[in-house]
Ligand binder design. Structure first.
Ligand code: ZN
Length: 68
């Protein structure tokens, strides 16, 4: 979902808004209804890169040891 985080440059209010590609206009601040808001980043893609069954906590991954 295209959810973006915005910050009002007037009152500093941060809010999230659904923005569609057809929506080319910045939303207004829900606090002071000001249009001077800045898009911060996509809040919908807050995914930390994590390897399933990965190595965490100082464990060293197995290196390619030449066998044979
Ligand atoms: Zn505001």
């Amino acid at each position: 979902m295209p959810i973006y985080e915005f910050e009002c440059k007037k009152c500093g209010k941060k809010f999230e808004r659904l923005i569609f590609p057809s929506d080319d206009k910045n939303p207004e601040c829900p606090e002071c209804n000001h249009e001077y808001v800045q898009k911060l980043m996509s809040a919908g893609s807050k995914v930390t890169l994590k390897v399933p069954g990965g190595y965490g906590g100082g464990a060293t991954p197995p290196s390619c040891t030449p066998v044979g």
